[in-house]
Design a protein around this ligand. Structure first.
Ligand code: KG4
Ligand code: ZN
Length: 341
């Protein structure tokens, strides 16, 4: 069985042709980073319009690269939740049009659980059951997965997502968007102990995160107290690098601590991590050390499938196997529905 998977939840227009043995026949990602860079964050209106321009060329290129024709594919999969409304609508509408015109089943997928499913792409055995962690620009969540389609929410951020904090701190340090890769590059030259930034809930028995206090602490480390624009302050290269390294270490400490706490609480011995922040080298290394110490098997999404892509849409095969297909009147769900994922 082969499917076309479409991803337009935020600011990447992506498509992939995938086999049910998780063969990747083709994968194309059209990034919009250049469009959002000057705003140091994603502008929803610009994202939606860029998806409109790019969706058909991206699908066309993907199918052509796969060597198949559209009519040879067995289903159309698309992420319809969570994400930016305008962005989601473009992908869902394209997927519906294809499913209708080709008379193929439509399968909608949850973008968050697709991020975790990216861990399955490089594993010969099922990575489920597991604790799943999504660390992306929009979400920082922990789930107990009995299997790929049955996640139970364990906890998550009560304010900013980890990636969002990276992006905001990068903006304060006058770095480019997206901020994560820029901060981690700068942090290589900094001292992670230079600033004692706060780590929320670290000692508490709850699987939640909070990064807004950390963001404020970083801001004051640049400006001092008061309502001063951090970008108006000139820092030396060393000062910026120390802030970047100390900030990154604070985020990593929280992510590693809560992931391990979730593993202990659930009694599961397997941890799967996906999402853009999972590309962070310090996080990957320190989480691996913690998992080794506690005898936990760690699966982190392959680097190229941490940030948004359509290959992780392979989770659609799990839905197809379970006989779960969607009607053509299905809608987008921009917000996260915790009760029923
Ligand atoms: O998963 P993703 O592509 O989009 C969402 O679903 O949100 O994640 C994008 C986020 C951005 O906030 C970006 O700054 C962050 O992932 N990111 C990183 C790294 N690479 C991307 N954060 C920390 N370190 C990185 N190396
Ligand atoms: Zn994502």
């Amino acid at each position: 069985m082969k499917i076309l998977a479409i991803e337009t939840t935020c600011d990447e227009t992506a498509a992939a042709v995938l086999g049910d043995d998780l063969t990747i026949f083709a994968s194309v990602v059209a990034s919009q980073e250049d469009l959002h860079e000057q705003y140091r964050g994603v502008v929803p209106e610009i994202a939606a319009r860029a998806h409109v321009e790019r969706i058909l060329p991206v699908i066309h290129e993907t199918v052509q690269k796969s060597g198949f024709t559209l009519s040879e594919l067995d289903a159309i999969a698309v992420a319809n939740t969570p994400g930016l409304s305008g962005s989601l609508l473009v992908g869902l509408t394209a997927a519906k049009a294809l499913a209708f015109a080709l008379d193929k089943p439509l399968v909608t997928i949850n973008h968050l659980h697709a991020h975790v499913y990216a861990c399955q792409l490089e594993s010969n055995r099922s990575v489920f059951p597991c604790v799943g962690m999504i660390v992306s620009g929009g979400h920082t969540h922990l789930y107990h997965y009995s299997d790929a389609l049955n996640p139970e929410y364990l906890g998550g951020t009560i304010d900013d997502a980890a990636g969002e904090a990276f992006d905001k701190v990068a903006s304060m340090l006058k770095l480019r968007y997206p901020g994560g890769p820029e901060i981690s590059k700068l942090a290589l030259h900094g001292n992670p102990q230079a600033h004692a930034f706060p780590r929320s809930f670290l000692k508490e028995d709850r699987l939640d995160f909070s990064f807004s206090g950390l963001k404020t602490a970083v801001r004051y480390s640049i400006t001092g107290p008061g309502n001063i624009d951090p970008t108006s302050i000139e820092l030396t290269e060393k000062q910026s690098a120390d802030i970047a390294a100390s900030f990154q270490q604070a985020v990593v400490d929280c992510l590693v601590a809560k992931a391990m706490q979730a593993v202990r609480k659930t009694g599961l011995k397997r941890l799967c991590v996906g999402g853009g922040v999972a590309a962070n080298r310090v996080f990957r290394d320190q989480l691996q050390v913690a998992c080794n110490e506690q005898g936990v098997t760690l699966h982190i999404a392959p680097l190229k499938f941490c940030t948004d892509n359509a290959v992780m849409g392979a989770i659609a095969f799990e839905r197809l196997k379970a006989g779960l297909v969607d009607e053509l009147d299905i809608d987008i769900l921009p917000g996260l529905v915790r009760e029923k994922q």
